[in-house]
Design a binder for this molecule. Structure first.
Ligand SMILES: Nc1nc2c(c(=O)[nH]1)N[C@H]1C(S)=C(S)[C@@H](COP(=O)(O)O)O[C@H]1N2
Ligand SMILES: [Mo]
Length: 322
């Protein structure tokens, strides 16, 4: 398969690193009298002493974006995590109450290896890699986020799904004490998402444990969340406690809540508008400093990941299957 994702050596350092960190790193390099020339990726994380949370071990990867990463402050303060409220600032304010350790994940359905596992059973630190992906919310805004995680395909394969597994369903924790937003019926809790099995086994979906080289802040879906970069952000389900292999298409939360507006597939598509707004372009969160509220870019089909995923939808009418 031909993959157009740029190789690290095709990118300049300042294309993959937020400006503040980039300058910081350059200063450190200058101070040590070393020549600049190594690739960015993980370097962004290793030179950011102000980032809270445990530092993670990870290898670098070829998954980079030809644009600067969204500043850490924006990634962690402008969030959708309705379990903590519907305002963009609610998750950062209220998700501290989420208890992420210990954490267990139940695996059910059509697989040989099912049961309840600890996070450490599922995520092996030596398998973690850093992948910088675009995140495109269905609300027509976007970010570029340096995630740390393990490819979903690697994790799912260990459960040995059977031939009856056509889909995989994910569920978020539901705890009214810890998640104040779930005391109101904004959605039919718990939050449910899912993928067709071949989508899940594609190279791109990541089970993320961190961002900017450190463990996930609660508002971003600690301790484990899905990242599906060619689909609208709501598919990237947070704080996962259940994985279930099914024969039928999962009943996903947003589709259940507004089927005319949010589909199961929900691939990023500039040519299929949301019934209430255009998807042709997107607002760049935290981009462009002073002019940030005006920074926009054209939406890309499959969010720019078409070379890796378009074949999954051969023969399907994506307007109809939105
Ligand atoms: N459990 C759960 N997962 C969720 C959401 C949510 O409300 N609850 N919001 C989704 C939406 S709409 C988006 S755009 C992304 C946002 O991820 P971020 O806050 O890490 O940028 O998370 C997705 N995952
Ligand atoms: Mo979203």
């Amino acid at each position: 398969m031909l993959i157009r994702i740029p190789k690290p050596w095709q990118l300049k350092e300042n294309q993959t690193t937020p400006q503040s960190l980039y300058l910081n790193r350059r200063q450190i390099i200058a101070g040590l009298g070393l020549a600049s020339g190594s690739i960015a990726g993980g370097a962004a994380a290793t030179t950011a002493p102000f980032i809270p949370g445990r530092k993670l071990s990870f290898s670098k990867s070829q998954y980079l974006v030809d644009a600067p990463s969204t500043p850490y402050g924006s990634v962690t303060s402008y969030n959708n995590f309705y379990e903590f409220g519907t305002d963009k600032t609610d998750p950062a304010r209220y998700a501290k109450s989420l208890i992420t350790d210990p954490w267990s994940i139940t695996v059910e359905g059509h697989a040989n290896k099912t049961g309840t596992f600890s996070l450490a059973d599922i995520i092996r630190p030596d398998e973690q890699e850093e992948r910088i992906y675009r995140l495109r919310c269905v609300e027509a805004w976007s970010m570029v986020i340096p995630w740390v995680g393990v490819p979903l395909a690697k994790v799912l394969a260990r459960f040995e799904p059977t031939s009856k597994a056509k889909y995989v369903q994910f569920e978020t924790l539901l705890n009214q004490e810890q998640m104040r937003g779930t005391r109101r019926a904004v959605l039919d809790w718990p939050y449910v998402e899912g993928l067709r099995m071949d989508e899940a086994m594609n190279q791109l979906p990541l089970l993320a444990t961190g961002l900017y080289g450190h463990e996930l802040p609660n508002q971003n879906g600690a301790p484990l969340r899905l990242v599906v970069p060619w689909k609208y952000g709501f598919k990237s389900i947070k704080s996962i406690v259940k994985i279930r292999f099914t024969s039928r298409q999962p009943k996903t939360s947003w589709k259940k809540s507004a089927p005319r507006e949010y589909g199961f597939y929900s691939n990023v598509n500039p040519n299929v508008d949301h019934p209430r707004w255009s998807q042709a372009s997107e607002r760049i969160i935290g981009g462009g400093g002073f002019s940030s509220i005006f920074a926009r870019r054209k939406t890309e089909e499959f969010n720019g990941y078409g070379d890796a995923v378009a074949a999954l939808y051969a023969g399907m009418n994506m307007k109809k299957n939105y």
